[in-house]
Design a protein around this ligand. Structure first.
Ligand code: SF4
Length: 366
């Protein structure tokens, strides 16, 4: 099967297929592998783990505020509270949007994230979740990244455990995986400003997992990182998942450049190539093989056509409909789609479309 791979990589892939883990050094060597054979290996593993399906969730994105105490150079979304287009949604506005999403769009999940608002107390988040659940008890609420939870903990001086406990009792079902960026401080300190460290993100996710709250996991790539930072990040996700089994999926997120400080200062002049993006997704699949079976392809950042290719480079999941997404939109990306379009895009690559829920349980096969 892998006779087209270079001898070294053939050994590495056989090692993965035998159930062994690759080291940091071995992971870094995959960046030197031939692009097509790397993709073939990742696709082979994907097929063993997940079969011939592509999954996606019907999800509505609710960005409750763009006001943020941080000012990350990677971000085009945040505003300071005194800017004209700064906004914070009231509970009533949030419930009204949830109602529209559930009743008109038929979503099964609300994905709720926002900036680090310096004045919102824990009661705002509790009320938001309780109010939605009161009216729509069956909707799954996936809200507040580990980075947001960490910020709220610092702001309100409540422990992370106490915050998660109160939000879980309010009706929180799961956490999104944002804010992970790149864990390595030498990169993280240049692309974020005012955000938790990589270790703090991982510790917050761990605490969520230990309380029975599953989370997603992400990695922002395609900016100033080097292969060793990618491998370090994925192996840290791998290590935590081995201990907690708490991640639903790993989502390698392609960095979007438009309107960010990194673009304005000229630190980054262009987005990463599709070849690099696909390589990162393939390496994610190979390094997480036997540990975390879902590798999600975020079509909003990649574009729909490259996302289709990524599903043959190790990806098995389209993430979802991402109705009303604002964060990547601020960085120039368009997020319009439907369940029907995601199903069509899956069929076009000869895979069976499957609608899933937040936890990757199958809802409907198309
Ligand atoms: S990435 Fe998140 S924390 Fe950083 S400025 Fe943007 S909204 Fe704030």
């Amino acid at each position: 099967m892998f006779d087209r791979l270079c001898i070294k990589s053939a050994d590495l892939i056989e090692k993965v297929l035998a159930g062994e883990e690759l080291s940091h050094k071995e992971g870094s060597e995959l960046f030197e592998e031939d692009f097509f054979t790397l993709g073939s290996a990742a696709d082979y593993i994907r097929n063993i783990k997940k079969g011939n399906i592509v999954t996606f969730v019907s999800s509505y994105y609710l960005n409750y505020t763009n006001v943020c105490a941080a000012s990350c150079p990677l971000c085009a979304f945040y505003r300071k509270g005194n800017e004209d287009d700064a906004y914070t949604l009231t509970t009533e506005q949030i419930v009204s949007r949830a109602k529209f999403a559930i009743e008109k769009l038929g979503v099964t999940e609300l994905h709720i994230v926002g900036g680090f608002h310096p004045k919102l107390g824990l009661d705002y988040y509790e009320k938001m979740i309780k109010s939605i659940k009161k009216e729509f008890p069956n909707i799954k609420i996936k809200a507040l990244t580990p980075a947001e939870i960490f910020f709220i903990s610092k702001l309100t001086k409540n422990s992370i455990k106490e915050i998660l406990d109160r939000l879980k009792h309010a009706g929180l079902d799961a956490l999104p995986g944002g804010g992970a960026e790149i864990f390595s401080p030498e990169v993280r300190n240049k692309i974020t400003r005012g955000k938790c460290s990589g270790d703090e993100w991982l510790d917050t996710a761990r605490q969520a997992h230990e309380m029975g709250l599953k989370t997603n996991s992400t990695m922002l790539f395609g900016h100033i990182e080097k292969p060793q930072h990618i491998v370090d990040h994925i192996l840290k996700i791998r290590d935590l998942h081995k201990q907690t089994k708490g991640f639903n999926t790993f989502i390698p997120l392609k960095f979007s450049l438009d309107n960010t400080e990194l673009e304005k200062t000229g630190e980054i002049r262009r987005e990463s190539s599709s070849i690099y993006d696909l390589r990162v997704i393939a390496i994610s699949r190979i390094l997480l093989a036997n540990i975390l079976d879902n590798i999600s392809v975020y079509w909003v950042a990649l574009g729909k056509k490259i996302a289709q290719v990524a599903l043959s480079y190790g990806g098995n999941d389209f993430v979802g409909t991402a109705f009303s997404e604002e964060i990547f939109k601020a960085a120039g990306k368009n997020s319009g789609t439907s369940i029907e379009e995601l199903a069509r895009l899956s069929r076009e690559i000869n895979r069976q479309p499957v609608q899933r829920d937040t936890f990757f349980n199958i809802i409907k096969k198309y």
